[in-house]
Write a protein that binds this ligand. Structure first.
Ligand code: GLN
Length: 490
């Protein structure tokens, strides 16, 4: 179970993905082209990128030319992207081999990666029991987190060493913590969003999953930096992040903030202990100092995120009207149906409940009589969240924050199906970094008593991605996490 060597050939990855189909990590595969690309790369002169020949998976909300790009929705079930996203193109240019598109919550809304393709299962469920048939599976398999659950599960299971995801309100950090791998959301504006199907323009950030921090760095270095196609990017040249071997060995004491406001009642005793134990362990090394800090807008941040994201979603989803592209209802009465009728039927047939709910909520918040009460008020909270973080980083002189990512172990797929899963309390831990555009990294710490990974996150000052990753390297080198490996055939 404890190997960290990821299968390096496309064939071995195909075998592993097929053997563990029950995890449902992919919406569709690119196996044939991946095998061909592998052959081509073998016959070419090697480029010196650390990613050359590296098989990777990409979340199904990134466009790849002529390939299905569905956002795991029936709405885009037949949509072949006419162009390739900047990030994916840069990965290809570095010699990455794209093996498939990963399953996710529909249009990246959610925390369970349950879509029209079915649910992604948490790979750690398989260490406890072997799934048998679809209905029984739901009681023995657990959620993988979301929305980038397919990418997280595939990396955690060791099918691939790196996978691409997106984080709007926690969608990289949440599944990384649930599945037991690293998940990095860089500062907003560092990675191009061109060709990543938008969820919430002002929060969305592409980012990576990996089994070590150096791989996150290789992948981020390969894709970061200015792009004329994305006007929201930081217009400065990108200074490559340093890997563990390039970092200076000088060991300045690190000051880490522990936000009291994240210590909420729903955080389980076990997950709280994991957080506190790590603090004790690190304090004992003498290299870290911890200070309690206040982020007073935290308790409003989930509400503000919910409102602001719904508003942008309502506007972004207007394009899915069944006319321009995507699903188009066949159930049209030519003599009677108006444009609105066609939109309604198209969306009813092809969008899930959560997506429709958010479009409805967003339009409600944006009504003239509600605008001030919801949208403007939430923007004020957003400013408050930004200022809270500025204060702890600048006035309290904190290098980064250490906080939980989720409250407790994952629930089973059956429990999830029964629950009211439209909103998630766990988002409280993650949305702050998106509201403020800050870099954040979730890392696996240990296993819970039931044998599920417990992850924690670090959140750093804006554009201090290098410092954040260096601190993470130092923290994670103080212990060993028992990574899962389903790629080896028993
Ligand atoms: N759980 C959040 C939501 O549903 C996460 C979204 C995301 O980061 N893509 O909005």
């Amino acid at each position: 179970m404890l190997s960290n060597k990821t299968p390096s050939t496309v064939r071995s990855i195909i075998n592993a993905v097929q053997r563990y189909k029950v995890l449902n990590t992919l919406t569709h595969d690119c196996f044939e082209t991946a095998l061909e690309t592998e052959q081509q790369l073998l016959s070419q002169k090697k480029n010196n990128s650390a990613l050359n020949g590296r098989p990777i998976l990409i979340k199904d909300n990134f466009c790849l030319r002529d390939t299905l790009t569905t956002c795991a929705s029936k709405m885009l079930a037949n949509f072949r992207a006419p162009y390739t996203s900047t990030i994916v193109q840069r990965l290809i240019d570095h010699g990455c081999i794209i093996v498939g598109k990963t399953n996710m919550d529909e249009f990246a809304m959610g925390i369970a990666s349950w879509s029209s393709f079915g649910p992604v299962a948490n790979p750690w469920s398989l260490t406890k029991t072997m799934a048998t048939n679809e209905e029984d599976n739901k009681t023995v398999l657990h959620i993988a987190g979301g929305s980038s659950g397919g990418s997280a599960a595939a990396v955690a299971a060791n099918f691939v060493s790196i996978a691409l995801g997106s984080d709007t309100g926690g969608s990289i950090r949440n599944p990384a913590a649930r599945c037991g791998c690293y998940g990095f959301k860089p500062s907003y504006g560092l990675l191009s969003r061109y060709g990543m199907i938008t969820l919430v323009n002002s929060f969305d950030s592409p980012g990576f999953f990996a089994r070590n921090i150096d791989d996150l760095i290789y992948a981020t270095n390969a894709v970061a930096g200015p792009d004329n196609e994305d006007a929201t990017l930081i217009p400065k040249p990108f200074k490559p992040l340093k890997t563990s071997t390039e970092l200076s060995k000088e060991k300045r004491k690190i000051i880490i903030g522990l936000p009291d406001d994240y210590d909420i009642g729903t955080l389980s005793t076990e997950y709280r202990s994991c957080w506190h134990d790590l603090v004790h362990q690190l304090t004992e090394t003498g290299e870290f100092e911890f200070r309690r800090v206040q982020l007073p807008h935290t308790s409003y941040s989930n509400a503000a995120y919910t409102i602001l994201s719904a508003c942008e979603i309502a506007s972004n989803m207007a394009r899915y009207d069944g006319i321009k592209y995507g699903h188009h209802t066949k159930n049209i009465d030519k003599n009677k149906d108006t444009y609105e009728d066609i939109v309604t039927k198209t969306r009813d047939e092809s969008l899930g409940e959560r997506v429709r709910g958010r479009i409805l909520a967003g339009n409600y918040y944006l009504l003239q009589e509600n605008y001030e009460k919801y949208f403007v008020q939430s923007q004020r909270v957003r400013r408050g969240v930004v200022n809270d973080h500025k204060k702890v980083f600048e006035e309290d002189k904190i290098d980064c924050l250490l906080a939980p990512v989720v409250c407790d172990d994952p629930i089973t797929l059956a429990e999830y199906q029964k629950s009211d899963h439209i909103f998630s309390e766990d988002d409280l831990f993650t949305v702050g970094a998106n509201l403020a555009g800050l870099p954040a990294l979730s890392f696996p710490v240990r296993l819970s008593s039931k044998g599920f990974p417990i992850g924690l996150q670090l959140v750093g000052p804006f554009m201090q991605d290098q410092a954040l990753l260096s601190i993470a390297q130092r923290i994670c080198s103080t212990y060993e996490f028992p990574f899962l490996d389903l790629s080896i055939q028993n």
